[in-house]
Design a protein around this ligand. Structure first.
Ligand SMILES: [Cu+2]
Length: 154
């Protein structure tokens, strides 16, 4: 019974995101494509990142740098993890890439530059099909939660 209620809640949140997602999640400043993620606490100590579904078009959305912004308005620390995605950072004056795993303290914001080359390479390797990456908070992820998705169309 409990897991059913949780599922219904997740679906309700998911629907809200799909409707609202296009409005607030994707913004182009002309200098960068930005996606805003917001941490949301659920019942049973779990948490998710909203919106749950992001769709990117490689042919148009990858002309500018791709920035992910994270907002954690909750009272707990959350982590944004997205296996397969890399972020681009400068370390000791050298540009390097590393797996996306960002820790955001309560009430804090963070942002990263996503490595577009890696995604472009994934899409072409997969015979120019849509490539999907998952994301979640590894600290508060439900067992039955597959995470949110970032789909990149060729
Ligand atoms: Cu968390």
């Amino acid at each position: 019974m409990r897991s059913v209620r949780r599922f219904v809640l997740a679906v309700a949140i998911g629907l809200g995101c799909v409707i609202g997602g296009g409005v607030f999640a994707l913004a182009s400043t002309g200098l960068a494509k930005e996606i805003q993620f917001v941490a949301r606490d659920l019942e049973d100590q779990q948490a998710v990142w909203l919106p749950r579904e992001i769709v990117l078009q490689q042919s148009t959305d990858f002309a500018e740098p791709l920035i992910f912004r994270f907002d954690n308005p909750t009272a707990r620390t959350h982590v944004f993890e997205a296996p397969g995605l890399l972020e681009s950072v400068e370390e000791n004056g050298v540009q390097i890439t590393r797996p996306v795993r960002v820790t955001i303290a309560p009430g804090e914001n963070e942002q990263i530059a996503v490595d577009r080359n890696r995604i472009t390479s994934d899409v072409s390797t997969d015979k120019n099909r849509t490539v999907t990456y998952r994301f979640y908070c590894p600290l508060h992820r439900a067992d039955d939660d597959g995470g949110g998705t970032i789909a990149v169309r060729p």
